[in-house]
Design a protein around this ligand. Sequence first.
Ligand SMILES: CC(C)(COP(=O)(O)OP(=O)(O)OC[C@H]1O[C@@H](n2cnc3c(N)ncnc32)[C@H](O)[C@@H]1OP(=O)(O)O)[C@@H](O)C(=O)NCCC(=O)NCCS
Length: 162
Amino acid sequence: MSIAVRAAGPADLDRIDSIEGASFTTDRFARRNLARMLRGGCTQFLLGDTDARAGGYLALSLRKGSRVARIYSLAVAPDSRRRGVAEALIEAAKRLATAQGRDCLRLEVRAGNRAAINLYERLGFRLHDRRNAYYEDGETALVLQAPTGPHAEPDNAEHDPL
Ligand SMILES: CC(C)(COP(=O)(O)OP(=O)(O)OC[C@H]1O[C@@H](n2cnc3c(N)ncnc32)[C@H](O)[C@@H]1OP(=O)(O)O)[C@@H](O)C(=O)NCCC(=O)NCCS
């Protein structure tokens, strides 16, 4: 299936807000925060489309002076899942991070979010840290990281499953 990934802007607020609302019940971005981030600053939004479905989005934080690019949020609308949209968004984020001179891509994920952890592990993310009671409901966050940059090699070393 072909997935088109493009940069998103303020005109995409309704769509991103609706994907966010359909994907998260807690710890979701408020619409006004999405609007503010889409207006500019150091967060880059990417949208992934499959045919006529709602698709998904990824928010990538590229803070000046940092060697680390951080995935702030990733969500795919329920009707667009298991079609490779998230994978395409993450690969695009890796290319963007590399183009911006970052050494790695980092993110937090709920320790119980098996779908997302499978996805990240398959794309080369490994455990970097663990934050207890990180989320509103007290769940632990796993901090995962993948190398980026022109010489980034996939980490094929043996590792404990996440
Ligand atoms: C997690 C999420 C982003 C995955 O998006 P997606 O577009 O369906 O993912 P992809 O189709 O690119 O999946 C790629 C791989 O990830 C893993 N994966 C994705 N969804 C999975 C699921 N429900 N169960 C198990 N593994 C899953 C699989 O390895 C999959 O490959 P496969 O389909 O060949 O088995 C999506 O389920 C989602 O938006 N969930 C709610 C929000 C969320 O949890 N965001 C992440 C916050 S850190």
